[in-house]
Design a protein around this ligand. Structure first.
Ligand code: ASP
Length: 589
């Protein structure tokens, strides 16, 4: 009869269930022998419940005494109240325990290379090598569950907004997003290769030409980049495209998606999210993905500073540079000479010639430039940056690009060091009006800031050839707490404009035709105006869970050097496979 009992999930049992007979299945999380009584914390994905075995039960007790951690068992028993002192308020099931009447081992467990029940997070290499054990740890279990909930909510939201879920090919032609392609050799067409998609960009545009109007996909993307800290060679994005839209339409859908996803972890966000232009972000925060959870806004004091006796300021301005800085409230006292030398070294490392600092306390101002400026002028300049008594002011005199970079980085580092980032505050913003192109000094040519299918502003169309650097894009990024979690744009839907943008990027007529002929064709046959966005799912979930790395929210991630310690991918292939693919390895490969 017991065999027919329906399984109960461990962590669902409560005081109301006392007296019930139950069947539990799960893993031995921990075993304790207390004066002859054996306690087992039994774990399934819902959590833990305590199971007790009394010595009177003879064989049953003997079996329980030998159960090793992570053994898979089936337990039959009765739910009992854990009276008074024995109750554990920290456990959801702490008011009860299950008195076992039978237990059977469903699977044994070897000596563990990683303890799922351990309180310490194991080394990452060990975690990735033994990922199936790592996934049993509570923080990974939570990550998988939350991620699944986020995806479900996003799907539901998009379906309720009339979006269709449409798959696009994995074996395809190159879609440029600024990275190298992962290539797949074709056996049937020796010497020919598919590319894995860097994004479904071209297909989603073709879907709009195909009349789908509202598309989304939980899409895997592949980018072969020189691996920077927290990138993965394959990642997942929520890919969205809509026809007959303006940026605001795409933003509204995105805001709904993000608000609902964030509610899963209890964040209450409210839409519409604020917007700022790219120039504003770069000037006030030094970066195109500003963290708005704290102040430390950068200010420009070029004219006032240039009109001083301080040669560093005069020279920077004469050379076409800027003088900018920010004030750190209350930080004068805590910044010793040594700390300030450290900040100066950091500014140099980031490309500045130096860092000019001022400390204000007791109505006095100090700092290496006070002598040259005179205290009055020094106070005028720091005052213009909002500084008063007790504050520290940091100033950089450099080219616009360097000043933005250095101050943008120092602003973040100071906020972290001064513990100015509230843990429970979250700030979103749209960044708009990006430049369409970016000049690459090494290659002496323009690159697309986003991708080559992004539409220029209509009003900038006649500048495409004469002043490419001055053309704005109809693009928008969405930033959460200083991290870009998505980006998109209105696309080019006219073949003549697409050709001109290709030309500005140095993609000639012939190359355009051979690489993107199918897109240019599509644009000739009634392409509706369209636009969209892609949200980085891994990054979004990592932020929602306050995890430092996206690897912590991906079931089977790769290492920072793009390998998988679990499966040993990438691996070599044998001579016969190479032959079949018409490939030969170089001797030095
Ligand atoms: N295809 C772009 C990307 O993957 C997003 C977009 O423009 O929709 O970053």
């Amino acid at each position: 009869m017991e065999e027919q009992m329906v399984r109960t999930a461990c962590a669902t049992l409560r005081a109301d269930d006392v007296g019930q007979g139950v069947r539990l299945n799960g893993w031995v999380h921990r075993r304790r022998d207390l004066g002859g009584v054996v306690f087992i914390d039994l774990r399934d994905r819902t959590g833990l419940v305590q199971v007790v075995f009394y010595p009177e039960s003879g064989e049953l007790h003997a079996l329980a005494s030998g159960l090793r951690p992570e053994t898979v068992v089936e337990v039959f028993g009765e739910v009992m109240a854990r009276g008074g002192q024995n109750a554990n308020e920290r456990m959801p099931t702490g008011a009860i325990e299950v008195k076992a009447s039978r237990v059977s081992v469903l699977a044994e467990c070897d000596d563990l290379p990683l303890q799922p029940a351990g309180s310490q997070v194991p080394q990452e290499e060990t975690r990735l090598r033994w990922r199936f054990l790592d996934l049993r740890r509570e923080d990974m279990r939570r990550a998988l569950e939350t991620r699944s909930e986020v995806v479900r909510t996003i799907r539901e939201t998009l379906h309720s907004e009339g979006f269709w879920d449409i798959e696009t090919p994995m074996l395809t032609a190159s879609t440029p997003e600024g990275a190298r392609d992962y290539l797949v050799p074709s056996r049937v067409h020796p010497g020919h290769f598919y590319a894995l998609p860097q994004s479904p960009q071209l297909f989603k545009q073709l879907l709009m030409v195909g009349g789908a109007e509202r598309y989304y996909q939980v899409a895997r993307c592949f980018r072969d980049e020189d691996l920077r800290a927290d990138r993965q060679p394959e990642f997942t994005q929520i890919d969205i495209e809509m026809s007959f839209v303006e940026p605001r339409d795409v933003m509204m859908v995105t805001e709904k998606v993000i608000c609902r996803a964030a509610a899963i972890v209890g964040w209450e966000l409210s839409a519409p999210f604020p917007q700022m232009t790219w120039i504003e972000a770069m000037d006030r925060y030094g970066v195109d993905r500003p963290d708005l959870r704290f102040g430390l806004e950068i200010g420009d004091i070029t004219p006032a500073a240039a009109a001083s006796e301080f040669v560093v300021f005069r020279q920077a301005s004469q050379e076409g540079g800027v003088i900018r800085g920010f004030c750190v409230p209350g930080a004068a006292e805590s910044h010793s000479r040594k700390k300030l030398d450290g900040l100066t070294a950091r500014a140099r490392e980031l490309g500045a010639g130096g860092l000019i600092w001022f400390k204000q306390s007791g109505g006095k101002i100090s700092g290496p430039a006070v002598k040259a400026l005179g205290p009055e002028k020094a106070l005028e300049l720091t005052g213009a940056l909002g500084a008063g008594d007790g504050d520290l002011t940091l100033i950089v005199a450099a080219s616009l690009e360097i000043a933005r970079r250095v101050l943008g980085a120092l602003r973040l580092e100071m906020a972290a060091a001064e513990k100015m980032i509230p843990a429970d505050r979250h700030e979103l913003t749209w960044v708009t009006d990006f430049p369409l192109f970016e000049w690459d000094e090494d290659e002496k040519r323009y690159f697309a800031c986003h991708h080559p299918f992004t539409s220029p502003e209509d009003t900038d169309l006649d500048r495409l050839e004469s002043d490419p650097a001055g053309v704005h894009a109809r693009a928008y990024d969405i930033i959460l707490d200083g991290t870009e979690i998505g980006g998109g744009s209105i696309r080019i839907h006219r073949p003549d404009v697409q050709r001109r943008v290709f030309a500005a990027l140095g993609i000639g007529e012939e190359e355009a035709q051979s690489r993107f002929g199918f897109l240019l064709d599509a644009l000739r046959f009634g392409a509706p105006p369209h636009g969209g966005i892609a949200l980085g799912l891994d990054r979004l979930v990592a932020l929602l869970l306050s995890r430092d790395s996206i690897r912590d929210v991906i079931a089977f991630p790769k290492t920072t050097s793009a390998s998988c310690p679990l499966t040993s991918a990438p691996g070599s292939i044998d001579a016969a496979q190479l032959m079949e693919l018409g490939l030969r390895l170089r001797d030095d490969a």
